[in-house]
Design a protein around this ligand. Structure first.
Ligand code: SF4
Length: 246
């Protein structure tokens, strides 16, 4: 942590200054460990203002383990889109219990939005961006309203739009922390091995990245882990990380 950020935090503690900016935090935390980044996020905004957003997917347990080690009562938001695999819902419950997470909240789409825009549950075929908007982006925007910062588990090694993510960025009115931005695939595997974290049940069936059932397929050994998401389409992100959430 550099002097500028330390000074702002000290002043903030005295109740006389604003939060450090995303750019200041990004510079200060550029080489920090994931655990240090999570701990600083907690110190900067406090537990009541900080949320973790997790898909409880194939790589989620590593971030959730570190969050639980820092403070198991940090709120965790899970987007239950209505199109998830039963295995993901079971994994959410098993991991929550195993890690002792105390505040996991499942967020659902607005029923009126679904009845109006997706009554036959097939919007994902004709307009997947609109489907993601009513089932993911807008529900998350509503859920994040009480919070001033959020944490997610994206990594630069995932490539695409994620290859250049900073450690801390602005997301509308909020700070967004990416504590795994710098983490390598090998370091991620080490976290799983050391903590003996259970794998998502669909990994052994060939799913290296798991999202909604209609938009997730198995990946071949020579494919990128996210190649099975929205296969055959140009879409690579659901929108929660590309739309500014205000
Ligand atoms: Fe809809 Fe597919 Fe997006 Fe899930 S991932 S919200 S099913 S388009």
């Amino acid at each position: 942590m550099n002097e500028l950020v330390d000074g702002k935090l000290a002043a903030q503690a005295d109740g006389v200054a604003a939060l450090p900016t995303a750019n200041e935090l990004d510079r200060a935390l550029a080489d920090a460990s994931p655990m240090e980044i999570i701990a600083k996020a907690l110190r900067i905004v406090g537990r009541e203002q900080l949320a973790v957003v997790s898909s409880f997917g194939t790589e989620s347990a590593a971030l959730l383990k570190l969050v639980a080690d820092v403070d198991p009562a940090i709120p965790v938001l899970f987007l239950d889109t209505g199109h998830l695999f039963e295995e993901t819902l079971a994994y959410r419950d098993a991991l929550t219990a195993a890690l002792g997470l105390r505040d996991v909240c499942s967020i659902k789409p607005d029923q009126e939005d679904l009845l109006r825009d997706d009554p036959d549950r097939e919007l994902w075929i004709s307009d997947p961006d609109a489907c993601c908007r009513i089932r993911k982006v807008e529900p998350l925007a509503r859920a994040l309203k009480p919070f001033s910062a959020w944490i997610n588990g994206r990594k630069r090694f995932q490539g695409g739009l994620r290859a250049t993510i900073p450690v801390v960025e602005e997301d509308g009115a909020r700070l967004k922390f990416n504590p795994f931005a710098n983490v390598s695939r090998e370091e991620l595997a080490t976290i799983y091995a050391r903590a003996r974290l259970p794998a998502h049940p669909l990994v052994e069936q060939g799913f290296l990245s798991v999202g909604c059932m209609p938009c997730t397929s198995r990946t071949a050994p020579d494919e990128d882990a996210r190649a099975g998401r929205w296969r055959g389409r140009s879409k690579t992100e659901c929108g929660i990380h590309t739309a500014k959430i205000s």
